[in-house]
Design a binder for this molecule. Structure first.
Ligand code: BEZ
Ligand code: FE
Length: 308
């Protein structure tokens, strides 16, 4: 590797700092890392020059970042949550998934995807322990953007209990409650049973909660079910299907709701021949997931286990 000799220069004014730091990083061999770090340093320094933090504010900011790490463990990921509440996750999601080829719109993964959920048979109920809420029968299809069925597509599904907690946050729920993996049949069809999702608050017992409070923001997410839909030869879809009012969707604390992924959750107050055992009232929802051709990939779970 060729080393460029850089004339060492001592910093004496504000204007010296950015070029000196950029010069110190100039031998970064990975071009993408260099591009990202150069840009990060330029924007970070510009942000500091614009806001002129005091030393106390700087220390407070660093303590807040350290607290993100201290509040991150196997069942909670405060770093992901912080990225979500400042809109970074949704911005990155939209940059990488614009839906322009007719595929289903994506939505942020969130901090509560655990991976390793049990494989389920079509029609299984993902409420593994006693779970409050009204029965939900969810069915749909996975197709290409051309509408052709995708057989054996995998749907990794998870949702919060209507008590307002994911099972990893709640010792009162069985392991993997409201999580399951389903596969489509030759027609691209799948179905499963669950409970109608409810809105819930993101965790507020850590530094993200302190920030939300200081900003006078509510911590609520609109009701939704998470899906990762994947199939060979297709770009993996990470999304959420929403069932909530316009106000709840428009004020989602993590900016994840989009009109294209609002589900049609239908309330049934009378017995229905297709669901003879359904306790009244119950809900149904039908949704067609459209995948675009591409390279499949799978997100690394932000958490690995359950609160003990
Ligand atoms: C979620 O939908 O699971 C979620 C997303 C962002 C922050 C917290 C929770
Ligand atoms: Fe969620």
């Amino acid at each position: 590797m060729q080393h460029v000799t850089i004339e060492p220069k001592l910093i004496s004014t504000v204007a010296d700092v950015t070029p000196t730091v950029l010069a110190a990083m100039s031998r970064t061999s990975d071009p993408r890392l260099k591009q990202i770090m150069d840009s990060m340093v330029r924007h970070l320094h510009a942000f500091i020059i614009e806001t002129q933090p005091t030393e106390e504010e700087f220390e407070q900011g660093l303590r807040w970042i350290a607290a993100l790490g201290h509040h991150t463990n196997e069942s909670n990921n405060e770093v992901v949550l912080a990225a979500d509440v400042v809109g970074a996750s949704t911005l990155i999601d939209l940059i990488n998934n614009d839906g322009m080829q007719g595929e289903t719109m994506s939505a942020l993964l969130g901090p509560f995807y655990r991976g390793q959920a049990p494989d389920c048979a079509r029609g299984d109920c993902i409420a593994r322990s006693k779970t409050p809420g009204l029965a939900l029968y969810f069915k749909g299809r996975v197709t290409g953007v051309d509408g052709k069925p995708i057989e054996d597509a995998k749907l990794d599904v998870w949702q919060a209990s209507p008590v307002g907690l994911y099972e990893n946050q709640d010792t009162g729920q069985d392991d993997f409650n409201l999580r399951g993996v389903f596969r489509t049949d030759a027609n691209g069809s799948f179905h499963f049973t669950s409970v109608k999702p409810a809105g819930y608050p993101v965790p507020v017992d850590g530094p993200v909660g302190d920030l939300l409070q200081a900003q006078q923001r509510h911590p609520m997410r609109p009701a939704h079910i998470h899906f990762i839909v994947s199939a060979p030869g297709h770009k993996t879809l990470v999304t959420q299907i929403f069932s909530d009012t316009h106000d709840a969707l428009a004020t989602d604390v993590v900016f994840g709701a989009k009109t294209q992924i609002i589900g049609d959750f239908v309330e049934h107050t009378e017995p229905h021949g297709d669901y003879p055992d359904a306790p009244l009232p119950f809900y149904t929802c039908e949704y067609q997931f459209k995948l675009v051709e591409g390279e499949p990939s799978y997100p690394v779970p932000p958490i690995s286990g359950k609160k003990s």
